[in-house]
Design a protein around this ligand. Sequence first.
Ligand code: 9MR
Length: 338
Amino acid sequence: MRKSWSISLVTASLVAAGVLPVSPAVAAPPGATLAAAAERGGRYFGAGVQSYKLADPAYTAILDREFAVVTPENEMKLDATEPVRGRFSFGPADRIVAHAEQRGMRVRGHTLLWHSAQPSWLAALQGTALRDAMLNHVTQVAAHFRGRVQAWDVVNEAFADGTSGARRDSNFQRTGDDWIEAAFRAARAADPDAKLCYNDYNIENRAHAKTQAVHRMVRDFRQRGVPIDCVGLQSHFTATHPVPADFEATLRDFADLGVEVQLTELDVEGSGATQAEDYRRVVRACLAVDRCTGITVWGVRDSDSWRSSATPLLFDANGVKKPAYTAVLDTLNRGPCR
Ligand code: 9MR
């Protein structure tokens, strides 16, 4: 520690004396926010947001200061955007997109097709009628946000838990195995510039059947030219689903297929130094893999979380930075270590 400090002092005085050129490494100060620190390593740092919270100045103060990318937690889901067949409703999602654009933040779209949060009219359909309605939904929603969403979770959570490695049973799945690729093709046609992601939970552990099944699907899509650009690993970590020892290897396995990987809904149950260390490991794993392009935490303060009693986020209910925040900021500022 002392050694590198004195070396950088010597370097700095040589630069000041005009002996050495100013290099970006010397000139760039550590990032003071999550977004700035991530940016130094060429990554983004984002948060899941809820439109009704944009009216809370304590919430937006943290959001606008710390994050470069926002993901609407619920406002782009099927039940929110097409509550009645063919009648689209974009108000709350548009409010989030406008908030982001006014502040130079980017948007992750979540999600075009998910077996959950379906409006009742859609859940009642089957066969060709259902398939047509699914693809029309993808087309209409992706077209509405065309050019304004940097990456879409085109399909969310389509694989079963457990050891089967099978697709999850759902009305979507019952229209035929090819529903996922059909959705990706429709999304590409509707918004050619958005990155198209497959997103899921419990695919962080390389040894798990579900992880391997998703990996096989992405490999197959790449081989057959189905337009897929990224895999989103939700990364909801708990005591029973901890950060796996092989997390970096999992990210690398997906990245080796030629897709980006993004941590899309990160949160870690716990508190204090243990939680901080878990967060540090997650960020380090992403930084170690070139194609891991960014991290989104699933909420701003613990009180904003879908599982607030697990205190899984980086700010406490009062908006105070937690040890986990400091660990993430510090790890991002250290950058990719090889
Ligand atoms: O955080 C979201 C919560 O507010 C919603 O009630 C819930 C149901 O729509 O979805 C939560 O977000 C989920 C995400 O969309 C997909 N992965 C799991 C997330 C946590 O349940």
